[in-house]
Design a protein around this ligand. Structure first.
Ligand code: CAA
Length: 394
């Protein structure tokens, strides 16, 4: 007697500006094909100073209520997943709660675990509802992040910014999740981190790819061992998408674990994964929201075609924790997707030149130098030391 709980509606919010990655490649002296096909990226959104994680989260949540017809008064749990926190203590969820006027009888908190924070929020919300604690109320889960790496670093073309708001409730209209049926993997690794007061992430890039694949293997294996999990095929799978090529690598790895050849695994990619990559390739990495951006992309493109079908979801957060789970799209999803106008926020996007993007970053760094207290300023030597200790190099 498992309750029917899942994602009832979803909405996005993105910054106004984006950089075209072919133009960035030229500016960096790299063949554009490396970013376009080597990494599978096309554009990355860039947040201006007035587009912080709170603003992005609130805009996505407002749009969610407006478009889905849901009432903020129904919310009894509000979780914000982010790795771009604005305070060590006060959660982004508190700002969202206040700006949306959510009920005072509402539990709210922020969930942090790199890109896994949104999934930690979603699965907690599902369990809260399935346990009976919700007493008929719904949960709001918002994933909001600004993915930033140093200019001219290997990570630079894999930036992005945005928020995805999810309404979680019983008898969901988009996707019923298989409650309690998740495969989890955790391991303490130093693949990616963002020390306090750093806006830019530090990453051991190639190692992070390996950690992602190891975690996928662990989580998928745990999921497949669950009673009934592997009985019915998954017609599509959405992965965490730091850049499109990573989803391709993940799918190949997963299919080969099942015994497929590399050619067969790659052949299934176009049908099973590609429809989920349109929005990620136009927005970039949005960390906590990345898997849900992939899901939004899939529903936007194929909600009718996959109505009533089972799909897989894989979430990875560096550091690391990963979870593989599944759900079933509902017959009414397609009609709701039309109303939600999921990719609407991208319609007004404006292309920014590389020079404009670099100016924005320089101004932001200058503002931080002016306003940060001495104790909050990154200390060059100390950070080099931190990095060496983390990576185990001299
Ligand atoms: N034309 C076509 N393809 C080309 C090319 C060209 N001219 N030049 C290179 N390529 C291909 C390469 O062959 C390679 O393909 P494969 O991965 O299939 O081998 C691909 O382009 C990338 O090339 P490199 O490996 O040389 O790229 P890089 O070292 O410059 O950077 C990266 C890649 C390490 C992923 C870097 O972008 C990075 O550090 N990104 C941030 C970290 C990240 O996203 N990690 C992902 C896993 S961790 C995670 O998922 C959490 C998260 O959100 C951060």
């Amino acid at each position: 007697n498992v309750p029917d709980v899942g994602i009832d509606a979803m909405a996005l919010s993105v910054p106004r500006g984006y950089v075209d990655l072919a133009e960035l490649a030229e500016a960096r002296g790299v063949p554009p094909s490396k970013y376009l096909s080597g990494l599978g990226t096309r554009q990355m959104t860039i947040a201006a100073p007035d587009e912080d994680p709170v603003t992005l989260a609130v805009n996505a949540a407002r749009r969610l209520f407006e478009r889905s017809g849901a009432n903020p008064a129904e919310i009894g749990l509000c979780i914000v997943g982010t790795e771009t926190a604005v305070d060590h203590s006060k959660p982004v969820a508190a700002f969202v709660h206040g700006l949306l006027g959510l009920p005072s009888a509402c539990r709210m908190f922020e969930a942090k675990h790199a890109c896994f924070g949104g999934t930690a929020g979603l699965l907690s919300a599902v369990d809260w509802i399935a346990s009976g604690s919700a007493r008929g109320r719904a949960a709001l889960v918002v994933c909001t992040d600004i993915a930033r790496y140093p200019l001219r670093s290997a990570g630079e073309p894999t930036q992005g910014a945005g928020a995805v708001a999810l309404l979680v409730r019983e008898k969901p209209r988009l996707l019923s999740l298989e409650v309690g049926q998740t495969g989890t993997f955790a391991r303490d690794v130093h693949d990616f981190w963002r020390p306090l007061h750093h806006k830019e992430a530090l990453v051991d890039g190639h190692y992070s790819v390996q950690c992602y694949l190891d975690a996928l293997e662990g989580a998928y294996d745990a999921w497949r061992r669950l009673d009934g999990a592997a009985d019915e095929p998954l017609v599509r799978t959405c992965y965490h998408v730091p850049y499109g090529k990573m989803a391709r690598k993940a799918h190949r790895h997963r299919r080969m674990l099942e015994g497929a050849t590399e050619q067969a695994a790659d052949a299934s990619f176009g049908v099973e994964v590609e429809p989920s990559l349109d929005l990620p390739s136009r927005i970039g990495n949005v960390y906590t929201g990345s898997l849900y951006l992939a899901l939004a992309s899939l529903l936007n493109a194929q909600a009718r075609e996959i109505a009533g079908k089972r799909i897989g979801l894989f979430s990875y957060g560096s550091g690391c924790c990963a979870e593989f789970f599944a759900g079933r799209t509902t017959p009414e999803a397609a009609a709701l997707v039309d109303r939600l106008d999921i990719d609407g926020p991208l319609r007004d996007s404006q292309r920014m030149t590389v020079a404009e993007y670099e100016r924005l970053r320089a101004e932001d760094a200058a503002a931080d130098r002016r306003t940060a207290p001495e104790s909050a300023r990154p200390r060059g030597k100390a950070n080099e030391w931190d990095r060496a200790v983390y990576l185990g190099v001299d």
